[in-house]
Design a protein around this ligand. Structure first.
Ligand SMILES: NC(=O)c1ccc[n+]([C@@H]2O[C@H](COP(=O)([O-])OP(=O)(O)OC[C@H]3O[C@@H](n4cnc5c(N)ncnc54)[C@H](OP(=O)(O)O)[C@@H]3O)[C@@H](O)[C@H]2O)c1
Length: 249
């Protein structure tokens, strides 16, 4: 199915690895020029750009910590200048730093909220300013089922992921009249590096919770995101779509 995304321009935060990488490549497969933000993995980010270019699209890697608002505005300006268009934002960069509340430090709280929640505010706001003028835009924010149900030892992460949902629903209300869709994709367990931080006993519990008996691949998530970035989903906004193999029914 042609999603009608050829020659659109996108930013994907946290595009060097895992789910963000799959989303960036999935969009390029649909003909989208994609700029990936990342913070640490230079070689991996370059490789993603090379893959994007191999598919005949323009690619750009921008190294910046998503917790800086100034860097978010700079990246939007750079993408507009280099691609000449900017239509899609996928906020995906995220971290975990787990601990039960009686052991969680202020630093653990601030760091996770700073990247996951403030980072999403930064890129959503910088993109919204541009999309609002153009009266067109698609925003997809990658949250987590743990932002909907809470999770043992993840007060900071679950709060940030729940906050992303509230942010997205609010922006859907504010930006709908400007022809901007804002949706949330909430995965359950996905096979990426982030999952490696989770002790095997917790992974087993999560696996037992699924009704399909497997975890998602990053590509499972990227297919849904590409659809939400297209006009085929133009009447969907303010939604939270779980992609979790039934983990949280
Ligand atoms: N994996 C799961 O089971 C799962 C489940 C539900 C939701 N999610 C959500 O899906 C998203 C992606 O997760 P993932 O599993 O793909 O994680 P991952 O493999 O650890 O990749 C995280 C990505 O975020 C980037 N990143 C981290 N901190 C950053 C910062 N401060 N500034 C810019 N980029 C930063 C990383 O780039 P560098 O390493 O290059 O800095 C990397 O590209 C996250 O929002 C996560 O909460 C994941």
């Amino acid at each position: 199915m042609d999603l009608g995304l050829k020659r659109k321009g996108a930013i994907v935060t946290g595009g060097s690895l895992g789910i963000g990488r799959a989303i960036a490549l999935g969009l390029a497969r649909e003909g989208v020029d994609v700029a990936v933000n990342y913070r640490r993995h230079d070689a991996e980010a370059k490789e993603v750009v090379a893959e994007i270019e191999k598919m005949g699209c323009r690619g750009l890697a921008v190294k910046a910590d998503v917790s800086s608002y100034a860097d978010a505005e700079k990246m939007v300006a750079e993408v507009v200048e280099k691609f000449g268009h900017f239509d899609i934002l996928v906020c995906n960069a995220g971290i975990t730093w787990d601990g039960v509340i009686w052991k969680m430090t202020e630093q653990q709280w601030d760091q996770v909220i700073g990247v996951n929640l403030k980072g999403y505010f930064n890129y959503n706001r910088a993109a919204a300013l541009f999309f609002k003028e153009r009266k067109y835009g698609k925003i997809v924010n990658i949250s987590s089922i743990n932002g909907m149900r809470g999770k043992f030892a993840q007060a900071n992460y679950a709060a940030s992921k729940g906050g992303e949902i509230a942010l997205s629903k609010t922006l859907a209300k504010e930006l709908g009249r400007f022809n901007i869709n804002v949706n949330v994709v909430a995965p359950g367990m996905v096979l990426t590096d982030m999952m490696k931080n989770i002790p095997p006993e917790f992974q087993n519990i999560a696996m037992a919770e699924t009704v399909v008996g497997r975890f998602a691949t990053p590509e499972d998530v990227s297919h849904l995101v590409a659809f939400l970035c297209s006009d085929l989903s133009r009447h969907i906004t303010g939604e939270v779509i779980k992609i979790d193999g039934g983990q949280y029914i």
